[in-house]
Design a protein around this ligand. Sequence first.
Ligand code: PEP
Ligand code: MN
Length: 352
Amino acid sequence: MMIIMQPGATKEQVDNVIKYIEKNKLTAHSIVGVGQTIIGAVGDSHKVPAHIFESLPNVQSVQRISKPYKLASLQFHPENSIFPLNGFIIGGKEIPIIAGPCSVESRSQIIEVAQAVKEAGANALRGGIFKPRKSPYSFQGLGEEGLEYLVEARELTGLPIVVEVMAVSQMPLMSKYVDILQIGTRNMQNFDLLRAVGDTHIPVLLKRGMSATVEDLLMAAEYILAGGNTRVVLCERGIRTFEPSTRNTTDINAIPVLKSLTHLPVVLDPSHATGHSAYVTAIAKAAVAAGADGIMVEVHQDPPHALSDGRQSLTPEGFAEMVAKVKAVAEAVDRCLVPAKSPLPLGEADRV
Ligand code: PEP
Ligand code: MN
């Protein structure tokens, strides 16, 4: 349920509403707008009658949110969420590009690729250190050692780092160093992990489960938002269909569908969505044309020898070409890429 305050309602009146929300065993989440405050009362709210709030001073109206996801809904937050991701802004006109290898493989590998993607226009560096592999015999990631190399690559390039967290037990380590926590497709409904990242203030890139509906994805995002972490970015990364010619099927529909249902930024990962480097640029362009707020793409300096996902990885040269093409599409749809900034390393103070 949403409690919409009259413009000009005082802080005391807003606090009074919050007190009533909590008294009814619900949780309050406020959006303080320029002229007006909206307070979401989430939890088991259908048993709580709206008139309890309607009669409080300076309450304009009370509305029920019809969707099962509440804080993620466009009804609760009618404007796009625009927020900083440690070095750039997502959700507005500018489209950030996150790039890097599937896995961190060695110090020299991540530093070389970080410098190459930075040079070509990336705004954040990705790299997995705990890898969710189908086979227990495949490369599982370098673990903490890989994180040390990523931190060094961040210091050298100033790019914030995006790293997948696979388990709640990894959170103490990850939350110390990572700028953006990635939740992978296989963990989209790991509710304990969603709660754990919801308890932090670190931005989260939440990837859609490969067999999850758009509504499932939004319900997963709701777990994180309900914990109080408002910086959630949704990521379409392809879904399983009967079509075997690509690794997954890009659900390009999901971009406008999500934009019609939620205020959260939507990113597309054309690497996992296609599984083939030859198709990555086409799908990155399609995503931006369809309204995506960002692109996350895998880049490796030697794809045939990559320890994971080499087939879908662009070379640094291929990545630079992709960036140029995506830039042209962004401009055609009245958006732009994040402008290059000074190469100064990111200071502690920039990481919120
Ligand atoms: C990845 O980003 O390398 C990854 C494992 O992604 P997904 O969870 O989408 O498969
Ligand atoms: Mn990968």
